[in-house]
Design a protein around this ligand. Structure first.
Ligand code: GLN
Length: 304
């Protein structure tokens, strides 16, 4: 398949469309990005790589990191994890508090903020140096020793994290947060601030396309069955109240972040990372979704 040709056709399509949406500003530091940038990187399980555009720019991966956090928590806790967080789509925004009270502090899934905060609480309980060990895990999973936290973004989010603090307080009242709220919030803001390029994202998440093994490092990140389950949760919950739209138009398991990145997985085939900073009103990259829609249409590679 001539992926370079497909990517340049996608770029032509994008030029013809308005770049709608807005860069995330509720985390002030995220605004300092050129909203016209976009990048694409495709990695196949037979270790072929294809790049386009600003695919080597570091981006703030934000909620994409929730997939890595879930992976590590799943390795450590096994199925006990599901006593504290569900696997159902939320149908509500990523930072909504409404369901949490109805459901007595048990978040619907690990990809809405409430669920990711419970996962962070579990990791804080399990790891003796959570920030350091999580970074080491991320570096090992992606076979890249240079991945780091974005300290300015972490600090910026921490200073404005009133909603996430509200989630933690409510869940603590229900007994579903075991650690100190500030400690969990610090850890969460750090993991959201991880900086990776599209290339690093595509290569780093290839284990989900390859039954839990990273083909570049040969390392088993997680069991085959667990990788399959994480893909299932990405399919149903990776785009919050737009998960249906993503399945409908793109047709791959995936996960978005408010930095404008999206990772999508074709199990048994490839992982693809795209980035464009402007978000639609659901908090997902406007152009990122269009790019992936064109890509799976042109390559006829939706999983459906
Ligand atoms: N750090 C962001 C937050 O908690 C992550 C949200 C996202 O990327 N959807 O609000």
């Amino acid at each position: 398949m001539d992926y370079h040709n497909i990517f340049s056709d996608i770029a032509i399509e994008l030029q013809a469309m308005e770049n709608l949406g807005a860069v995330a500003s509720y985390i002030p530091e995220l605004q300092n990005v050129d909203s016209q940038k976009f990048g694409i990187h495709l990695s196949t399980i037979d270790k072929q790589d294809y790049s386009y555009g600003d695919s080597n720019d570091k981006i703030s991966i934000q909620s994409i990191a929730k997939v890595l956090a879930l992976t590590l928590a799943f390795v450590l806790e096994k199925d006990n994890l599901w006593n504290r967080v569900g696997v159902e789509p939320s149908g509500s925004p990523f930072n909504s508090l409404i369901q949490l009270e109805y459901e007595k502090g048990i978040p619907r899934n690990p990809f809405i903020n409430a669920g990711a905060l419970v996962i962070c609480d579990i990791l804080v309980s399990r790891l003796s140096r959570p920030e350091q060990e999580f970074l080491e895990f991320t570096r090992a999973v992606s076979g890249n020793a240079h991945i780091n936290y974005g300290s300015r973004v972490a600090e910026s989010e921490r200073l404005t994290s009133y909603r996430n603090a509200a989630h933690l307080n409510l869940m603590k009242a229900y007994g579903n947060i075991r650690n100190d709220i500030d400690t969990v919030l610090d850890f969460y803001c750090h993991l959201c601030s991880i900086e990776m390029t599209c290339k690093e994202l595509a290569q780093g998440f290839l284990y989900l396309a390859s039954n839990g093994v990273n083909p570049f490092t040969g390392q088993r990140v997680i069991g085959e069955s667990e990788a399959k389950r994480i893909n299932a949760i990405m399919q149903l919950c990776g785009f919050y109240d737009e998960a249906g739209e993503f399945a409908f138009t793109v047709g791959l398991p995936g996960k978005s972040g408010v930095g404008g990145g999206i990772i999508a997985i074709h199990p048994g085939n490839y992982s693809i990372a795209v980035w464009s900073p402007k978000l639609n009103n659901k908090g997902n990259s406007y152009r990122g979704m269009r790019i992936l829609e064109f890509f799976t249409t042109r390559t006829q590679s939706s999983i459906f």
